[in-house]
Design a protein around this ligand. Structure first.
Ligand code: PLP
Length: 407
């Protein structure tokens, strides 16, 4: 991306003009949540100023306007991931709720004692805990694919563990700790060969790389708006129609029914069957604006973030005693590290005093932390508005950590 184009992109994020503790903000906590461009903020504000009413059930003009915008956002999401039809896109609160929906609805209906759910050692708790509970409820068993030392998935181990007992493979597209980008097409082909379904947690992927759910052959794909320049409190589940049609509703109430008597209820067609109650209309529309912002920039952003990832690894490797966790080829811009015996929270606090926002902790990946042999890491994560200058500030702030701890 040309520098001028990048500058104009940065201009569109008002928060990047903030100073933090008197310093220019260097925002490197994008894996937790990205910042929002003007167009997303303005779209939500305009919606409440000019178009708000409840969707779907109104005959009046505002309700129709709100419904049109809400359903337009669904079609934008459908196009963005290349789903066959918009009814295969179900709005949820985020990736967590989307995984819970599949685990509870598909899992409780189709899993039996002796069945296996295959997860990986790099999963976020959102793609572990819902399956654990469903395993307890159904008598299914969880098996785990290990990672290699560079943070890539051990595909040989996966091949050995995959047999017809495995009914579901739950895998993250991009690791929120290691930055590893998993080979989704290869995984779906291997899983489908033994009759297993595949759920891909796309929370860390969609803001950074182009996903085509049909080409990748995934059965379910989950999305988090707030990690792709959209608002919080909204996300989506993509599911193949055949699977969603066969699944019972996850939550029950108004808006998801065809008819109700005290004796019996019949359910609405997709996607309404999975969207009871008043949805998060404004943020769905805001997510639509984020997609219109991101989609034309995605390839440039991917290129820029890949270069910046290499630069970050280079600069951080110069710091004595700093260890990067996750060096898989082609990794995304999520760089976790530890520094000698310094607690990652102390690293985060000192960086904050220099205006640098990173995350420190277990990143909701305690099993992965155990595999890495650490309690926590510090994590710098990139977005399309980050620059080499940001990384230079990070590197000098990390040298400050060394000074403070007398390393
Ligand atoms: N999965 C991964 C890999 C994540 O990094 C996160 C967020 O941190 C989630 C799931 C949860 O996503 P959401 O915030 O949309 O519920």
């Amino acid at each position: 991306m040309a520098l001028a184009a990048l500058e104009s992109t940065r201009e569109q994020f008002p928060i990047l003009k903030e100073t933090i503790r008197g310093k220019r903000l260097v925002y490197l906590d994008n894996a937790a949540s990205t910042q929002k461009p003007d167009v997303v903020i303005d779209t939500i504000s305009d919606y409440y100023r000019h178009s708000h009413a409840n969707v779907h059930r109104g005959v009046h003009a505002l309700s129709q306007r709100a419904t049109d915008q809400f359903e337009h956002a669904r079609r934008l999401l459908q196009g963005f991931i290349n789903a066959r039809e918009d009814a295969e896109v179900v709005f949820t609160k985020g990736s967590t709720e989307a995984i819970n929906l599949v685990a509870a609805s598909w899992g409780r209906t189709f899993l039996q004692p002796g069945d296996r759910i295959m997860l990986t050692e790099m999963e976020h708790h959102a793609n572990i805990v819902p399956w654990q509970v469903v395993a307890q409820q159904t008598g299914a068993e969880i098996i785990v694919v290990p990672i290699l030392d560079d943070g890539s998935l051990d595909m040989e181990a996966m091949a050995k563990l995959l047999d017809e007992r495995v009914k579901m493979v739950g895998v993250t597209h991009v690791s929120n700790v290691l930055g590893t980008v998993n080979p989704i097409l290869e995984i779906t082909q291997m899983a489908h060969a033994v009759g297993a379904k595949v759920l891909v947690d796309g929370a860390q992927a969609l803001g950074h790389l182009r996903m085509d759910v049909q080409a990748a052959g995934v059965d379910f794909y989950t999305m988090a708006s707030h990690k792709m320049y959209g608002p919080t409190g909204i996300g989506a589940l993509y599911g193949r129609r055949e699977l969603l049609d066969a699944m019972p509703p996850y939550q029950l109430g108004g808006g998801m029914i065809r008819s109700v008597t005290f004796e019996k209820t019949t359910y609405a067609a997709l996607p309404d069957k999975f969207e009871p109650g008043t949805p998060n209309i404004a943020d769905a529309i805001g997510l639509g604006a984020a997609i219109e912002f991101l989609s034309p920039r995605l390839e440039d952003a991917h290129h820029l973030e890949s270069e910046l990832t290499l630069y970050t690894h280079e600069r951080l490797s110069e710091i004595p005693g700093l260890k990067i966790h996750g060096t898989a080829p082609g990794k995304a811009g999520t760089i976790s590290f530890t520094m000698a015996d310094v607690h990652p929270h102390d690293i985060g606090t000192i960086l904050d005093s220099e205006g640098v926002a990173v995350r420190a902790g277990h990143h909701c990946c305690q099993p992965l932390m155990a595999r890495l042999g650490v309690a926590a890491t510090a994590r710098a994560s990139l977005a399309l508005y980050n620059t080499r200058e940001d990384i230079d500030v990070l590197a000098s702030a990390l040298r400050r950590v060394r000074e403070v701890f007398g390393l």
